[in-house]
Design a protein around this ligand. Structure first.
Ligand code: PLP
Ligand code: COI
Length: 336
């Protein structure tokens, strides 16, 4: 294998093997097995293809400087996936099956994990209605898959401030909809919004809430944070915002390591435009500083377009724990 880890971006590099398990409607998940990374065979009537009965997850395996392989809070991804399965009428994948699948795929593809500072092995679990059905109802059979890919930064340039556009044309999720779970159907509608933003020179869109068009929900596929002095604010989980693992970790780090006041509450776009620092968080996005937001045709700059000091400190604290470079007093990191 010849892979230039230093050149990685957030794109697919196939690895050796993937994990696959199945479950019948009304039955129980049985432990699956590893198999070579390969194409799937599906009926044209598979529920996932016709009605979008599918969920995904995303987490990373890191290579510590001492050679250990580390996962970051994988049980949180397992719990979020079970919650999503319930929302999409699929049998929840038990935590032990999820964790051992992740463990086995990462171990088998360990040579694809980049060195400590060059990125991570992105782990992509999927659950979907693979069985054929014509009526709109749960599939007769479900598949749980885990594949991996070595990745570099999600936004170009790593810890470089990104420029965002508040979209006035699209919402991501509605109250009582599926925004709070990682339903595959939440993502294709965002491609048009992101595409418009990219054409105008912005990295991503900021979504406002669907009820009042006033409060910030998320940044594409990342959670939103605003710093006002010593207070860190993030939109409260209202059902349409994805409960990010990174979001939860940033809140704990900010409060316990840095003594910041943390608040989960509504944040209007007008309030956010007056913040001292802004950033977004996610497994792929890590902590990405926001240098500029365009709203109603006007660009607003933050931290003078530089990386804000608190954003940088949170980024360094989080990544040091994830990469095994700092003491993990929270018990977040799991050895493979
Ligand atoms: N919001 C959305 C819509 C996402 O898809 C993601 C990515 O998983 C996140 C936020 C961040 O979540 P996490 O920190 O668990 O990766
Ligand atoms: C993640 O951060 O893991 C995501 O799911 C983001 C994205 C690639 C959709």
């Amino acid at each position: 294998m010849s892979l230039d880890f230093g050149e990685l971006t957030f794109s697919l590099t196939q690895t050796r093997s993937m994990y696959r398990a199945r479950c019948e409607l009304g039955g129980e998940w049985q432990p699956g097995e590893l198999q070579p990374f390969q194409n799937l065979e599906l009926s044209p009537a598979a529920c996932v293809l016709n009605y979008g009965q599918g969920l995904f997850e995303g987490l990373k395996a890191y290579r510590a400087n001492d050679g250990r392989i580390l996962l970051f809070r994988p049980a949180m991804n397992a719990a979020r996936l079970r919650n999503g399965c319930r929302r999409l009428s699929m049998p929840p994948v038990p935590e032990d099956i999820f964790l051992s699948a992740v463990h086995d795929v990462v171990s088998e593809n360990a040579d694809f994990i980049p060195p400590n500072n060059d990125g991570a092995l992105y782990i992509r679990p999927l659950v979907f209605g693979s069985g054929a059905i014509l009526g709109v109802a749960p599939a007769p059979e479900f598949t749980f898959l885990v594949f991996t890919s070595p990745v570099g930064p999600y936004f170009k340039g790593g810890l470089t401030p990104i420029r965002l556009l508040v979209t006035q044309d699209f919402h991501r999720a509605a109250p009582k909809g599926t925004g709070g779970v990682k339903a595959i159907g939440n993502y294709a509608p965002g491609m048009l919004a992101s595409g418009h933003a990219k054409l105008k020179g912005y990295a991503e869109v900021v979504y406002l809430d669907a009820a009042e068009d006033r409060y910030i929900e998320e940044v594409g596929a990342a959670n939103f944070f605003a710093l006002f002095g010593d207070t860190l604010v993030t939109p409260a989980l209202n059902g349409s915002i994805l409960p990010g693992v990174t979001r939860d970790s940033v809140l704990q780090l900010a409060a316990e390591r840095f003594g910041l006041q943390v608040k989960e509450r509504d944040v209007s776009i007008n309030e956010a435009l007056g913040a001292d620092e802004l950033f977004c968080s996610g497994t792929a996005a890590v902590i990405s500083p926001i240098g500029c937001i365009s709203h109603e045709g006007e660009d607003h700059q933050f931290s003078g377009g530089e990386v804000g000091p608190r954003t940088r400190a949170l980024y360094e604290a989080l990544t040091a724990i994830q990469h095994g470079d700092a003491i993990d007093e929270f018990g977040w990191v799991v050895d493979v």
